[in-house]
Design a protein around this ligand. Structure first.
Ligand code: SF4
Length: 330
């Protein structure tokens, strides 16, 4: 199996029912929230892919689809060559062992009445792994130490409220690692943490992809937070990936006007290299009533009349259409 077949997403869509239009509405057709609207990408073994976009762009719904916590409306997901788009409950449970999620809020995701040992041990009990207690204890300690809670004995009997925010997020990561997953889906894993400890958690994820050969999908609204550890970046806007490339390609030669706008607001340490800020006008359009043509056109600083009617396919968009955009946006 080629490395490209590790995780492959094709034409993935998730529409949520937005209810019937009101009595006074001129249209009676059902309405849908187009949360994820035709997403394609691949993830290689032990690769770090950053999924970047504003809130409401569909990145969190995409992660729920990958975890099997939502059923797609259309499209396919294959993992290690197997179609995992629609699984039965027992198959889904096995998948969850291999694809683990790290949530944004370490305060919400830990049970305050459990000790750290109980929290990290629980996934083993749920999945019926390591029935021997000594083996379980060993796996719990190893996961904790790999997550940076060293020595593990110091933390085993503590409760979440006795730990700092960064230590709690390490407990969340340890509870994922204990199942020896192949993919970590980290949904804004540092956004609730103090700036001083964000880099520590990002460094930890970077280490894990090497020491444990884990692939990481790092979901974030902050393109600036992933620069030094992601291999590739996918930029999402209104349910679609509008640009994907290696970190260097996207940071140094962004193609899409939306990516350029995101990059322009990242602070640069060297004042001589200050970028011109691109402030996008208006709000993100309503995902129920999507704009015609290119869905970015109402906010695009280089939109052309044709953009209101034609919705170029992603490949065409990056290869040809944006050649025109590039002439206009420095
Ligand atoms: Fe902007 Fe048009 Fe390109 Fe859309 S297709 S990003 S509106 S230039």
């Amino acid at each position: 199996m080629s490395d490209d077949q590790f995780l492959k997403v094709r034409g993935l869509k998730k529409y949520f029912d937005a209810g019937r239009p009101g009595l006074l509405s001129s249209t009676k057709t059902p309405r849908y929230v187009h949360a994820v609207d035709g997403v394609d990408f691949t993830l290689r073994r032990s690769e770090v892919l950053a999924l970047v976009g504003e809130s409401g762009c569909g990145k969190s719904t995409l992660s729920l689809l990958l975890m099997g916590l939502e059923d797609p409306t259309e499209g396919t997901i294959t993992f290690e060559g197997n179609d995992i788009t629609h699984l039965k409950d027992h198959e889904r449970k096995e998948l969850r062992r291999k694809i683990q999620m790290v949530f944004q809020d370490p305060y919400e995701s830990l049970n305050p009445t459990q000790t750290i040992e109980e929290i990290v041990n629980e996934p083993l009990l749920v999945h019926g792994i390591a029935t021997d207690k000594n083996e379980r204890d060993e796996r719990v300690k190893k996961a904790m130490e790999d997550a940076g809670l060293k020595p593990a004995d110091v933390y085993l009997g503590r409760f979440p409220h006795e730990l700092s925010g960064g230590q709690r997020q390490r407990v969340v990561i340890a509870a994922a690692l204990v199942l020896e997953p192949e993919i970590l889906l980290a949904d804004e894993p540092v956004s609730m943490l103090d700036v001083s400890i964000r880099a520590e958690i990002i460094n930890l994820l970077a280490e894990l992809r090497i020491t444990r050969q884990i692939a990481v999908i790092f979901i974030t609204h902050d393109l600036g937070s992933v620069g030094f550890f992601a291999d590739r970046v996918a930029v999402m806007y209104l349910g679609r990936i509008v640009e994907i490339g290696t970190m260097l390609e996207v940071l140094e030669k962004p193609q899409h006007p939306y990516t350029k706008a995101l990059l322009s607001v990242i602070p640069v340490p060297n004042p001589r290299m200050r970028r011109e800020r691109i402030i996008l006008q208006g709000e993100t359009p309503n995902p129920i009533d999507l704009p015609t043509g290119c869905r970015f056109h109402p906010r695009c600083p280089v939109a052309m009349p044709a953009c209101r009617v034609s919705d170029p396919k992603f490949e065409i968009l990056t290869k040809t259409h944006h050649a025109a955009c590039l002439l206009l946006v420095k």
